[in-house]
Design a protein around this ligand. Sequence first.
Ligand code: SF4
Length: 311
Amino acid sequence: MATLPTSCELCPRRCGADRAAGERGVCGAGSELRIARAALHEWEEPPISVGAGSGAVFFSNCPLRCIYCQNAQIACGDHGTDVSEERLTDIFFELAAQGAANINLVTPGHYLPQIAVAVAAARARGFDLPFVFNTSSYERAEVLRAYRDCADVYLADFKYWMSPASDAGARYSHARDYFDVATRALDAMVELAGPPRFDRFEGEDRLIGGVVVRHLLLPGRLDESKKVMSFLWHRYGDAVLYSVMNQYTPLRVFPEAPELDAPVPASDYERLLDALDAMGMPDYFWQEGGAAKESFVPAFDSTGVLPREGA
Ligand code: SF4
């Protein structure tokens, strides 16, 4: 059984919550391991959502809590079901039996002590799917290193340009330090996971090691997105894969940030892709038009979290 921190410093908030005693931190997590959904997921990048899909485990709560979060129901709410570490191990095997290409740990950072126990138990039982660490990149590099066994692939956001030139991290995620923290975290991920590596799964290329860096274009932030992508390309080159997304979805009104009330114009996305071509990026994942739909948000109804009756 995992030992939980009595003064939590798992994430850069370092809020000091006594998780062992059940105190909830800034992220909303206490002593229980809470999961909102465990199911096949088809909408990750192609070498992640291979075959029947990625075996996505959506963890409840989140240290970053972006105001525009697509998954706000679980990130900022309390949706989900508490499970044991043993149950999480069983979930990995159930997803594998459904044909999952990997186990996609979505926002796992605040539950790493419990996840590490579940991953180790699965591997001891011969589990051989890759683990994908799906993160906002608002992570402590030291913590990523300590829990390196929980990740074969990092699927890592890089959200904002640096402060104070950009106010996005502070305004949208209450994280003025996002750029610096995410850069250190990404450096660690590249060191830990190494270059992209593939095998064949169900007749398709599957990513089994390495880092995919994702950037989501936000309304009114085209110039900052160009700077972010240029920075990433010059720092990491072809040591990582890149994914540029246009799936921003305004799911509510934002009195505190009215510029977020509208979708991103298609022309802005095209201009960002043109900028990537101009900087010499030979390949990257991009999204077809019309990705910004509410239907891309999965149901966080505890699907797959509890054992099926009779199982
Ligand atoms: S993971 Fe949660 S409890 Fe731990 S430091 Fe971060 S916000 Fe606080």
